[in-house]
Each structure stands twice: as C-alpha cells, then as structure tokens.
Design a binder for this molecule. Structure first.
Ligand code: AQP
Length: 326
C-alpha cells in the first residue's frame, strides 16, 4: 500500500533557529520514514520579504545544508527548491480566483509582517498563504508538519480545497497540520515573543551557533531573582528547552530548586547551553563536511525536483481539465 503524502517547506531567509527545528524540522526527520515526503525550500515565499539577488542562491544552499545535516535523507524524500518545480505558482493563480481577499487580510502572519515592514506590503505578502495552499495541494498532501504560527494557513488550505471542490467537483483532500509538542518556541531574551530571526540574532539560537555563542546568548535570558518560588516566563522558557533537548532529569531538579528558592540561574543557563551545544554537535560537524561539496548539494535539489515535478504536472493537467481550460 502506498504511504500517505506529506508536504512542508522552509523559507531561505537566513539561518535556521531552534524554533524552526523544534517546531518543524524535527518532525520532518521523524516523519520521513512513514510518509511520502515533499520538503521544499520556499524560495518564492521568501521573495515577499524583499531580497538581494546576490545572496539568495547562498541562502537556498544554506537551508539545503541545514535540512541535510539535521537528518533529512534525500533517498527517502523529495528535497527541492520550490523555484525548480514552478507549477505551484500556476495552481496558486487558479486558487487566487477562488479566494476572497478578506480571508487573506485577516491572516495573523500578514498582519504581523505588514506591521513589521510597513514600507513593503506587497501583493505577494497577502497572497503568501494561497501559494502555500498550492504547494500543499499540488502534491495531494494529507498532512502538513508546521509550527503553531502556520496552522491558520493550513486551515485556509483546507478551505481552498473545499471551495475548489464545491466549484469544480470533488478533487482535493483537506490536509491536516501535524504539530510537535513544542509547537511555539519563544525568544531567548523576550519570552513573550515567538522566536523569530527578524527580531534579531540575540532572540534566536541558530543550529549553527558554536558552544560559546550559545552560552553568551542564554546568559542574557531574563529569569527573575530566584526568590519568586515559581518559574517566571523566562525561567519556564529555559526549563522547557532543557526538557525538549533531552535533559529531563536536570530540568526536574532545577524545578525543585525554584520551588525551594535555592535556584542558581547561572547554573541552569550553563547546563542548558551545554545541552543544546551537545545536541547539535553532530549537526555542526556534518554540516561543515557537506558544505565542502556544493555540487553534491545542488544535485540533490535537482534530483528532488525531478521526483516532485511529475506529480505537480499531473495535478495541473487534471485541474485544468476539471476547470475546463484544457
Ligand atoms: N518560534 C517558532 N516556534 C515553532 N515553530 C516555528 N517556526 C518558525 N518559528 C517557530 C516554524 O518553522 C517552519 C519554517 O518557517 P519559515 O520558513 O516560515 O520561517 P519563519 O517563520 O519565517 O521563521 P522566522 O524566524 O519567524 O522568520 P521571520 O522572522 O523572517 O519571519 C514553519 O513550520 C514555522 O511554523
């Protein structure tokens, strides 16, 4: 029996952080054995933020390195650059003609990103979730592993599938999101905000950060004084990270110390920094090795697109027949 299909992507806009990893990439790796997986580098989505043509190729290369060094196996999945399988943009146009503008204007990400970058509120930014729906539905996905911030877009994808089916007859399944336990990782220095690279490097721990960098960032995390008797927002954030990276026993001891008001936050920070550094030690090593062989990486992306495209082409053929333009 064939496996169910799963699709997800990551934008080439910079280094991946532990929010991207715990919210999405970790699941991508775990799920690759059980699903027919299409993992792409969301190049077209990334253009909505404005970009420098001189650095884009390098950003695409670096996200590919992150995927592979983290454990994505290109022999099991289709790993590709979205721009090498451009049929999704054609399907997005068809979906555009079914999607009310008001549905896009109410998307939280659109509102947040418009507020952050008021000088560049382009149509692509508004249309971003429609392209995402096209990416998901063109491969006929049933599951979409994402962080919590993307759940609203998957819900819109389900609506778009329904609007299409109601208009042209049953064709698309309605896909469901898959969330990790740590579906929303908060900033290191401002635990009231989502960890996002656009807030600045000190908000994020990148997968490529060396141990001394990780320690310096964690040292700046707010924790409280230790006399509260309960974890503050900042302390709870650090304890959650400790658990997520496997140091559950240490986390339990620190929790007891907080209750007893004997906590030494400097020790908690040192243990957490070491835990994260060790967790990504193999990743850093593997990534440095992979980086030496760019041809190998570009070839993987090319082969990934060759696996993905026939499926996308077939969907487009069937969609065009269904809507009466072929
Ligand atoms: N803080 C987070 N916690 C959990 N999951 C997260 N994701 C992103 N941030 C968190 C998930 O990572 C996947 C890839 O996301 P993306 O390519 O859309 O990256 P992003 O959301 O644009 O990342 P940033 O750092 O927040 O970028 P900026 O600051 O440029 O907007 C998605 O599944 C996402 O849910």
């Amino acid at each position: 029996m064939s496996k169910p299909t799963l699709v997800s992507g990551i934008q080439p806009t910079g280094k991946l952080h532990i929010g991207n990893y715990l919210g999405a990439l970790k699941n991508f790796i775990q799920l690759q054995n059980d699903y027919e997986c299409y993992y792409f580098i969301a190049t077209y989505h990334s253009l909505t933020a404005g970009h420098d043509p001189k650095t884009k190729r390098d950003l695409i290369f670096n996200v590919a390195l992150d995927y592979l060094a983290a454990g994505i196996d290109p022999s099991k999945v289709a790993l590709f650059n979205q721009a090498d399988a451009p049929e999704c943009t054609e399907l997005a146009w068809i979906f555009n003609c079914l999607t009310p503008i008001a549905e896009l204007e109410r998307m939280t990400q659109f509102k947040d990103k418009s507020a952050k970058n008021a000088k560049n509120i382009n149509i692509g930014l508004l249309d971003y979730p429609v392209l995402q729906a096209a990416d998901i539905l063109i491969y006929r996905a049933e599951k979409v592993p994402v962080g919590e911030d993307q759940v609203q877009h998957v819900e819109l994808t389900r609506n778009i599938a329904r609007w299409f089916n109601n208009t042209y007859g049953q064709y698309f399944k309605q896909p469901e999101p898959i969330l990790t336990k740590a579906k929303r990782i908060m900033s290191i220095i401002d635990p009231t905000k989502k960890m996002s690279k656009s807030y600045g490097d000190n908000h994020c721990i990148y997968l490529t950060d060396e141990p001394d960098v990780i320690l310096n960032k964690i040292k700046k995390a707010p924790t409280g004084t230790g006399t509260e008797g309960t974890p503050t927002h900042g302390a709870a954030n650090l304890l959650m990270l400790l658990e997520e990276f496997g140091a559950t026993e240490e986390a339990a001891i620190f929790k007891k110390d907080i209750k007893n008001k004997t906590i030494k936050y400097s020790k908690l920070k040192t243990v957490l920094a070491k835990t994260i550094s060790n967790y990504f030690a193999d990743f850093r090593k593997k990534r440095k090795e992979l980086e030496k062989n760019p041809d190998y990486i570009w070839n993987i992306l090319k082969q990934g697109a060759e696996k993905a495209r026939p499926i996308a082409e077939r969907t487009m053929r069937e969609v065009k027949e269904k809507i009466g333009i072929l």
